[in-house]
Ligand binder design. Structure first.
Ligand code: GZL
Ligand code: ZN
Length: 361
């Protein structure tokens, strides 16, 4: 695989700066997505080493979680750390991600990192990457491919476990508060994304097991705007909703706005309990206040883990296929100290100001 020699790269970028008069990376649109070359930071590693080029096909910028995930990758794959990152934002469209991967192959990157917007439809383009002898690491969400040699490893969350954690917490909380009937509005993530599939499975299994009523189910596309819109319509159709299960924080922000606009209340003493996922900064703060009663963590800081895998590949080491990231459960109050799933106990963290201050994202 071709590598860029730093000195050649630096003089090319100097010429580019003189011609265009602007610093920073160039950006070109890949059919609707947008691609940024890593910033040519003057204080990069100017030794005559080699930069490892990494093409990252990111889903989009739909949520706070996604922003934190992108920042983690950009911070890790900096020139100072010995990398050139080509970052593509697909605006949540699979065809843009496929175009980005083909561009990376054309540019003969050393590695491709893919956060697949949905699980299916990747076999052809990942075969092209394999034929070009470019290893693909998947992050955040899984690909469902016929031949799993099409990706070398996966870094991300165990979404079914996340769903199970949230639902076991809800079961314990409802028992502790003697809430006998749960009428649940279910706002799903992007349909077909691993996070949606796992978190939905968790709820549907628990609802069957515990006799909960899922009175409404619709995708909120992991965005605040859609979450608010869906919540508004669900509240118009159902007046017995006492739980809302949002599959990420941004949907919860929108849903809570809609609940308040409808003159209802959220929280431990309110009309509706709101559960969420991601524990981004604003989400964990709303869990401290109780507006979100339980927030199951989904760690977006994948950069360091992916770099570790690339360094192992550089050293010719074998990789484990799946590397789940440890994730916690955060809740308002201390009614539920822990939950047990398949024999493993998971501690619940009561969100205090100290917990909020200690968060890294
Ligand atoms: C989870 C990730 C999900 C987050 C959402 O790994 O795929 O997508 O939960 C994001 O916030 O939009
Ligand atoms: Zn996760």
């Amino acid at each position: 695989m071709k590598r860029k020699i730093v000195s050649a790269l630096l003089c090319v970028s100097m010429i580019a700066v003189m011609l265009t008069g602007c610093g920073g990376g160039s950006s070109s649109s890949s059919e609707g997505g947008d691609t940024e070359q890593s910033e040519e930071s003057g204080d990069g590693d100017s030794s005559d080493g080699e930069l490892i080029t990494v093409g990252f096909a990111q889903v989009g910028a739909e949520s706070d979680w996604r922003t934190a995930n992108s920042e983690s990758m950009k911070e890790t794959f900096s020139e100072a750390n010995g990398y050139e990152l080509i970052f593509d934002d697909a605006q949540q469209k699979q065809e843009n991600q496929i175009t980005a991967i083909r561009n990376f192959i054309q540019q003969e990157v050393d590695y491709i990192v893919l956060a697949p917007v949905t699980e299916t439809g990747w076999d052809t383009v990942l075969q092209e990457a394999k034929d070009a002898d470019i290893p693909v690491i998947t992050v955040d969400r899984m690909v469902d491919v016929s031949d799993d040699s099409l990706f070398v490893s996966y870094v991300g969350g165990n979404f079914k476990l996340e769903g199970d954690k949230a639902c076991e917490w809800l079961k314990a909380y409802a028992d502790a508060k003697n809430i006998s009937e749960l009428n649940i509005a279910h706002i799903q993530g992007t349909i077909g994304a691993s996070a949606q599939i796992g978190r939905t499975e968790g709820l549907e299994e628990a609802a069957k097991k515990y006799g909960w009523n899922i009175v409404a189910q619709q995708t909120g596309e992991f965005t605040q705007a859609k979450g608010q819109e869906v919540m508004e319509s669900m509240l118009k159709q159902h007046d017995n909703i006492n739980v809302v299960y949002c599959e990420n924080d941004n949907e919860a922000f929108g849903a809570i706005d809609a609940i308040k606009a409808a003159g209802k209340t959220v929280g431990p003493d309110g009309d509706i309990l709101v559960l969420s996922f991601d524990t981004v900064k604003a989400g964990i703060e709303m869990t401290m206040s109780g507006e979100i009663i339980c927030n199951t963590e989904c760690n977006p800081l994948h950069g360091p883990r992916v770099a570790e895998l690339i360094q192992k590949l550089e050293a010719g080491e074998e990789l484990e296929k799946i590397a789940y990231i440890d994730e916690g459960i955060f809740a308002y109050g201390s009614d539920v100290a822990s939950v047990t799933i398949d024999g493993t106990e998971y501690e619940v963290t009561e969100v205090t100001q100290e917990v909020v201050d200690g968060r890294k994202y």
